[in-house]
Write a protein that binds this ligand. Structure first.
Ligand SMILES: Nc1ncnc2c1ncn2[C@@H]1O[C@H](COP(=O)(O)OP(=O)(O)OP(=O)(O)O)[C@@H](O)[C@H]1O
Ligand SMILES: [Mg+2]
Length: 194
């Protein structure tokens, strides 16, 4: 698939929002030594039964009522498998769901990260009531964004996360911090890394 990781992130995190999770944890781990990139979204939403889980990566499985096909998970699975990795889903009804996709980092089909700051901004501004935690780790460092900490800094008003100026600040903040933990060369655009 010609999708960025950030597009998958939006899809998969939106599933967690739809599942009425109150806490959603997104992680991207770039492990150069192992040559793997892993991406996960974990929520405490309604979860899925074993039976549903066994067919959830089939495009015709959806609980949407507006259309008959659900493509979020099948796309991510296809993309991960194309890159020598895979998709893993752990889910329990009433407890929550964790979706993990892994990719061989050097695979030519590996989706580029895409615009993660804009994606997170969209998710957070769209659902300010959710406790979002984003963690991104590379060999150069780690960045963690926790909306509870931001809300504390905003004097406890979650609705402020809907304000455009707060959203834009958030996007810049994420972008600066993600740039910090990118490898030299990637940052300057010299590296062939996508
Ligand atoms: N985190 C989750 N918690 C509970 N159910 C989930 C979760 N993620 C997916 N599902 C269930 O799996 C179904 C398929 O998900 P998928 O993302 O593949 O398609 P969709 O969300 O239905 O449609 P699309 O992503 O194309 O808009 C969903 O309709 C939902 O019932
Ligand atoms: Mg979906």
């Amino acid at each position: 698939m010609l999708e960025d990781l950030s597009a998958h992130m939006l899809d998969i995190a939106e599933n967690s929002v739809m599942a009425e999770g109150t806490e959603i944890r997104i992680e991207v781990l770039e492990n150069r030594e192992a040559g793997m990139l892993s991406f996960s979204v974990e929520d405490n939403g309604r979860g899925m039964s074993k039976e549903f889980l066994s067919k959830v990566t089939d495009p015709f499985t959806t609980t949407r009522t507006t259309r008959r096909v659900g493509m979020g998970l099948p796309f991510l699975k296809q993309s991960a498998e194309l890159c020598g990795g895979g998709l893993d889903i752990v889910s329990e009804p009433g407890k929550g769901t964790k979706i993990t996709a892994s990719f061989i980092m050097g695979s030519i089909d590996r989706p580029p990260l895409g615009d993660i700051p804009a994606t997170l901004m969209t998710l957070i501004m769209g659902s300010p009531g959710i406790h979002w935690i984003y963690r991104h780790k590379t060999g150069c460092g780690e960045f963690i964004l926790d909306t509870d900490e931001i809300i504390e800094a905003l004097d406890g008003d979650r609705e402020m996360l809907r304000l455009p100026e707060v959203g834009l600040w958030l996007r810049e903040h994420i972008k600066e911090n993600l740039d910090e933990i990118q490898w030299e060369g990637t940052r300057t655009g010299i590296s062939p890394d996508k």
